[in-house]
Design a protein around this ligand. Sequence first.
Ligand code: GTP
Length: 598
Amino acid sequence: ERQRRIRNFCIIAHIDHGKSTLADRLIEMTGTLTQREMEDQVLDTMELEKERGITIKAQAVRLVYTDENGEEFILNLIDTPGHVDFNYEVSRSLAACEGAILVVDATQGIQAQTLANCYLALDHDLEIVPVINKIDLPSARPEEIKQEIEDVIGLDASDAPLISAKVGIGIEDVLKAVVEKIPHPAGDENAPLRALIFDSYYDPYKGVICYVRVMEGTVRKGTKIRLMASGKDYEVNEVGIFTPKYLETSELKAGDVGYITASIKNVKDARVGDTITESERPAKEPLPGYRPAIPMVFSGIYPADSAKYEELKEALEKLQLNDAALTFEPETSLALGFGFRCGFLGLLHMEIVQERLEREYNLDLVTTAPSVIYKVIKTNGEIIELTNPTNMPSPSEIDYMEEPIVNASIICPSDYVGAVMELCQNKRGVFKNMEYIETTRVMIHYEMPLNEIIYDFFDALKSRTKGYASLDYELAGYKESKLVKLDILLNGDPVDALSQIVPEERAYARGRAIAEKLKEIIPRQLFEIPIQAAIGSKIIARETVKALRKDVLAKCYGGDITRKKKLLEKQKEGKKRMKQIGTVEVPQEAFMAVLKVE
Ligand code: GTP
């Protein structure tokens, strides 16, 4: 009876289709928060998330909904991250639910992540409730989009609520559909405890706060628990629910969504996907689907001021308390000194970490170009997983190399098929197939090296399709590839932090383009600076930054003073971002710019 009045669900959508706005409206409608308490988009709390307008971490809120007959239902809404980098977190949030609201923008229709998220939800046997949003817009095409949902996903969308999350139309219909269509949880309250961690946060006072869905059993304060993946035992300090603030309760039972704290020191010990059971009466099997976080992208992070090394280390340790997917280990670069090689789930994750280090910890950083993990199979049979181009063995020791490959799906208007295919081809993509979603829109599948996707692929795709294309990808495995290490020499000295691994057939063009680009970026100095690109001992390109002839201020003498001040100011700003490498001053942007060449 208790379970009959619970619904556990999440909202899935393509980016910007209105997931957070709808969540806000649901919270508002159910009176969970008063208008005054209602902060703009409560579910996205991290400051960075707000600024970037994307959801990074999953969160949960409990809504109380009273239907027309006066019956009360508890609706646990679990928010899901909106970016492919966090797909594993998405999958755990889905595993905590029985159903999902699928939000589709009535002007845009199905997009790449609509499908990707839908498939994820179907994999978890969730009941999907389609909802068509933004019907207030003049360009809304709700009937067409309904048809599209039926044709492409195969869901019955005939009675999908037509809503405007922004204006507040049709929200009641959504709540009704959730109660009517999504099955209530089942699971034995008296069985040994099995609770799925779908998110975890580090709190300096309480320790790690595990966000859980109890599948079976009961947990309360004092319960001795075991985390099945890490094997560690704890005693529960507190259990509770999300109102969305933490509210302590006496217990959580099968079917409930809530939190557990147990003086756990590090999110690594309570990983998303792990199962909490009782120490004294452990469940036979953990819940399925646990997977350790696997970093896919690596880059070197160095303090711009080498005296800040310890500070950087402490900051990374603090971030890691709350981010189990972040890895780092010390590394040294001849050019940049002491720093860390950090591993990330993807580029967005990398940018978020860098931004937090700079903003929250006030550090100036030099970051090197991101790299994927290459596999090097040496002639002596040894296999190396290479995350730093500098460590590539010499060609004579290498039998062959492999690089990670993804399956990419791109949805775009059919007018842009040519442009998209050309781009994919340029990025070493292998065409798989193409299908029509509606008469004017297609989905194109390519197999592509991850390395080509992580840099500027998405930007290039957007610019070639006037922003109409959407992208989704997943790791498909490794493939043999002819790769070489491309070195850059400044003033005759190789700069390890500028080395990268490139496909052999692109090496010459890449080397030339990088040399040209660096020539633009590296400011003139008192002497001439040769820039060379090399493969092994062979120089393949050369440019020169000419020596500075006059003082920059010379042309201002006699000129107006504010202009002079501005110039000095600018120089100072630039200085901060410069890194002295041997005798040459190199701006931070040079380290990233080496990637952004066509
Ligand atoms: P991510 O968090 O990035 O996944 O995006 P989201 O799906 O949560 O989208 P969000 O709710 O942030 O909405 C994206 C934009 O669409 C915002 O500018 C909203 O104001 C707008 N929006 C959402 N719902 C509606 C609607 O019903 N009508 C109109 N006109 N705009 C809407």
